[in-house]
Write a new protein. Structure first.
Length: 267
């Protein structure tokens, strides 16, 4: 019941923010990055790592704002500033124990959560479609595909799952469920292509590829949680866990969707 209630509020709100666009979209994504990085760094601390929280969170948010205000060069400066500050902090007090791995975990978090999330804002500003104008349609296509793939994979896996996908990482996921998710992604891609006036071939291909990417995104987060010994990344979304639990598939899919639509032949 809590899961359904959260989805009933979260899904329309997500669509609204995407449709409205900036500055509300970038503010919302930056907030998700902040919460997602708190979840990530809290998880890895359970494994004995000591990330530099402030560097990762600020760096992750700068990746988002750098897309909105490229003239400020924030996106270009974010990574080198993050690297230098993180490494300097590892030398604080003259105790370099695990300095390498702590710096790596800090930077990984900023890239995984902040940089990948910034592609939502990038895709919102990408000219796509017959009239080659920027708008919410490309982002909505990817979001709807991820939602459909996730839902189909769950129900197909529940009804017909016989062969495990990667049981050592996520024992409940099946090959049959993954196949159902990809087919659902293609179908929803075609539907969105018709609704948004995208080329059917592009919409179907993007839908299938984003569905596959979302499965890998889900597995990646499952691998992190399994290593750290946690069930959920957080608890901010009742019935769904944390921000990373809800958006893990989208983080991979949005990057795949962006580059496929960017490179797809215009004619």
């Amino acid at each position: 019941m809590r899961r359904v209630a959260t989805a009933a509020v979260g899904m329309p709100l997500t669509i609204l923010v995407i449709v409205v666009g900036n500055p509300w979209l970038s503010i919302a994504i930056a907030a998700l990055v902040g919460v997602g990085l708190i979840e990530f760094y809290r998880m890895v601390e359970r494994g004995g790592y000591r990330p530099v929280w402030e560097a990762g969170i600020i760096g992750g948010m700068l990746f988002v704002f750098g897309v909105v205000w490229p003239e400020a060069s924030w996106e270009i400066l974010a990574l080198p500033a993050l690297l230098i500050y993180t490494m300097m902090m590892q030398l604080r007090g003259g105790r370099p124990e695990r300095a390498l791995v702590n710096a790596a975990v800090t930077i990984l978090g900023a890239l995984y959560v902040g940089y990948l999330f910034s592609f939502v804002v990038k895709l919102r500003g990408l000219p796509v479609g017959l009239d080659q104008t920027a708008g919410p349609a490309p982002v909505l296509l990817v979001v709807f595909v991820v939602w459909a793939a996730d839902t189909a994979a769950y129900f197909v896996g529940l009804a017909a799952g016989r062969h495990k996908l990667l049981p050592q990482i996520s024992p409940n996921k099946s090959l049959e469920g993954a196949g159902g998710g990809v087919l659902a992604g293609i179908a929803v891609g075609l539907l969105c292509g018709w609704a948004f006036r995208f080329a059917p071939a592009m919409a179907a291909t993007v839908g299938g590829a984003c569905a596959v990417a979302s499965i890998f995104g889900d597995l990646w987060e499952s691998a992190i949680k399994r290593e750290m010994g946690v069930k959920d990344a957080g608890g901010i979304l009742p019935g769904h866990g944390g921000i990373l639990d809800r958006f893990d598939g989208l983080l991979f899919a949005i990057v795949v969707g962006y580059y496929m639509m960017l490179w797809w032949p215009k004619s």
